[in-house]
Design a protein around this ligand. Structure first.
Ligand code: PGA
Length: 257
């Protein structure tokens, strides 16, 4: 069984004091769970280097929550992929629904960001998923295909090797209403099968994780599914006790397999 990828997406939360306390506790306990988990922390940009320096020795990674499409120049307020790489960032979340909706990011822009991240040998965590209305209209698979196909067409069949796709149904994010794990399993299978038709050789290296109202009570039901390779966790990842509980759950599932 492959390692689970557990990502803490802190969004626009945290300060020096709470982050220090979180990392102190993470460093104490997380090494117990690293054999079966790849742990990635995604703080706000301003804290990325602080978190990286704090956890790099214990093999926990950091992820940015977004990146600009430009590498440098007159783009006030943006963060460049070169800067992220420079300070030790390995992963970059792109296409999160909060960016798609609050910042009008479309598939075209997200495709460009995906290619940029890959071109510098960093790993994109590409968020995809349907809205509540799209789900009601039975359009989930169509939406997902559109979100993936532009990337495949633009960069070729092998582009998803060594990448992470986070399936995050928008209606499940921050609502406290997670999706049904069996439903998520079927969507993950669909995603893998779809990419498999383009690139059959590398499907094992593709990670498909789930995100949307995950907590320590429901994590097990998701992580037990064969095609749910990890979790992208928002609010529950802000509380170290809760995050550590999820890491332990993930660890125990793999230990017992
Ligand atoms: P949530 O957020 O766990 O708070 O629902 C998940 C996400 O937005 O990645």
């Amino acid at each position: 069984m492959k390692k689970k990828f557990i990502v803490a997406n802190w969004k626009l939360n945290g300060d020096i004091k709470t982050i220090s306390n979180f990392l102190k506790n993470l460093k104490l306990k997380a090494p117990l769970y690293l054999k079966y988990n790849t742990i990635i922390i995604a703080p706000s940009t301003i804290y990325l280097e602080r978190v990286y320096k704090n956890i790099k020795d214990i093999n926990i990674f950091v992820s940015a929550q977004d990146v600009d499409i430009n590498k440098k120049g007159a783009f006030t307020g943006e963060t460049s992929i070169l800067m992220l790489k420079d300070i030790g960032v390995k992963y970059v979340i792109i296409g999160h629904s909060e960016r798609r909706f609050l910042h009008n990011e479309d598939n075209k822009l997200i495709t460009e960001k995906f290619g940029l991240i890959k071109s510098l040998n960093l790993i994109p965590i590409l968020c995809i998923g349907e809205s509540e209305n799209e789900r009601k209209e039975n359009k989930t698979k169509e939406v997902i295909k559109n979100q993936l196909s532009m990337i495949l067409k633009r960069f070729g069949n092998k582009i998803f090797t060594n990448t992470i796709i986070a399936y995050e149904p928008i209606w499940a994010i921050g609502t406290g209403i997670s999706a049904d794990p069996i439903y998520v399993q079927s969507i993950h299978k669909f995603i893998k099968n779809y990419i498999n038709t383009y690139d059959a050789n590398n499907i094992e290296k593709l990670i498909v994780q789930y995100g949307g109202s995950i907590n320590s009570k429901n994590a097990k039901n998701f992580l037990e599914q064969p095609d749910i390779d990890g979790l992208l966790i928002g609010s529950a990842s802000l509380i170290y006790e809760e995050f550590l509980k999820i890491l332990k759950i993930s660890n125990d599932i793999l230990v017992n397999n």
